[in-house]
Design a protein. Structure first.
Length: 362
């Protein structure tokens, strides 16, 4: 199979009403679908039967409460900074400091500009939630031959399951180094012209480690078609929309239903000889001057990544209460948009006995 012509990167044009997506911190209103980035959103459970609604009311885990079928890698890395802040960000986005919003939007624009250096972005009309996922899968399929040929790809979608929760993310860039090692490069743009603190780096390390975890599992054949259908309730037999089929055809794939595409994804990933990621790098650059501030090389320790993911996912699965920062990281509260209303902070001021729950995994 060939790649999409001119390395096109497909993007969602019209989300099907039943496939609404929430931005972290969104109030639940549908987003302007024409500018949906692939990763920033988590998907919404839709079309529930009355019995499902009752079940959710009875035992609402945060995943159920926020109507999420899956989480993004950035949900977990944001959570690792302060879980309570991540929850407030989801529930009260209007309280977020305007400068934070500007910083995030500028970062997004820089990422898009880099993406456009190597891809033409093509808007695609979708008619079902399977179509939306088909876009991600076609993007992935278009990048496999590029990687096989030793090339460089940007905005590569990754997904998989950790602790029975479906996760997805977008890798900024994958390239081969001069030594022939497969290298992940994550770009972080900063408002301030210096490198981030150790705590910020730790959050970013976790993010890239999760990307490697998911990517390696994919090329090792662990992303079987039923993983997507069982976790996100996608229908194998759902016919793909006309525009999706046309784009698949252009890329050399003849597909009619969603299951065809899943099979192709599985076969292409497992039969490709793409290696696991050898090296993780994070590049920090200054937004205003566009100068590189420094590069961090991240050590991947699988056991630690699993442990951390288990800890954060326990919150989403309703196995423990939300937690704020530990006392030694209380400095984070000084620059937090939610410090005035934060329950965790209030309880901490009242005394240690007010807080409960397991200690955060380091
Ligand atoms: Fe987290 Fe502190 Fe902000 Fe509360 S005030 S959300 S504990 S950073």
């Amino acid at each position: 199979p060939g790649e999409l012509s001119d390395a096109e990167l497909l993007q969602l044009l019209l989300a099907e009403p039943g496939d609404r997506a929430l931005q972290p911190g969104d109030s639940g209103k549908p987003n302007s679908s024409s500018d949906l980035p692939l990763e920033s959103f988590s998907e919404v459970l839709t079309g529930d039967s009355a019995a499902e609604k009752v079940k959710r009311k009875r035992a609402q885990t945060p995943l159920e409460k926020y109507y999420l079928k899956y989480l993004c890698v950035t949900d977990l890395s944001t959570q690792s900074w302060c879980e309570q802040q991540m929850v407030y960000g989801r529930e009260l986005p209007q309280l977020q400091a305007p400068e934070t919003v500007v910083l995030l939007n500028t970062g997004k624009s820089i990422h898009l500009a880099r993406e456009l250096e190597v891809h033409d972005v093509v808007k695609v009309h979708t008619t079902s939630k399977e179509d939306s996922w088909a876009i991600k899968i076609l993007n992935l399929l278009s990048m496999i031959p590029v990687l096989q040929a030793g090339g460089c790809v940007r905005e590569l979608p990754v997904f998989g399951v950790i602790e029975d929760v479906f996760l997805m993310g977008i890798i900024d860039e994958l390239c081969y180094s001069a030594k022939g090692e497969l290298e992940l490069r994550e770009l972080k743009t900063r408002g301030r012209p210096f490198m981030p603190s150790g705590a910020q780096k730790k959050r970013d390390y976790f993010q890239v480690c999760l990307y490697k975890y998911l990517f390696d599992a994919m090329v090792q054949g662990q992303l079987k078609p039923d993983v997507l259908t069982s976790h996100i309730y996608l229908r194998l037999k759902q016919p793909l929309g006309l525009q999706i089929r046309e784009h698949a055809q252009k890329a050399g794939f003849t597909v009619t239903c969603f299951g065809d595409l899943l099979e192709l994804m599985y076969l292409n990933l497992t039969l490709s000889d793409i290696p696991s990621i050898d090296c993780l790098k994070i590049e920090y650059s200054h937004q205003e001057s566009n100068t590189l501030l420094g590069t961090e090389v991240v050590q991947f320790e699988e056991e630690k990544v699993r442990e951390k993911a288990q800890y954060y996912l326990a919150y989403w699965k309703g196995q423990r209460e939300v937690q704020g920062v530990e006392i030694e990281e209380a400095w984070k509260c000084r620059s937090c948009s939610y410090s005035e209303i934060c329950d965790w902070r209030k309880k901490r001021a009242e005394g240690p006995e007010q807080r409960s729950g397991p200690k955060k995994s380091k």
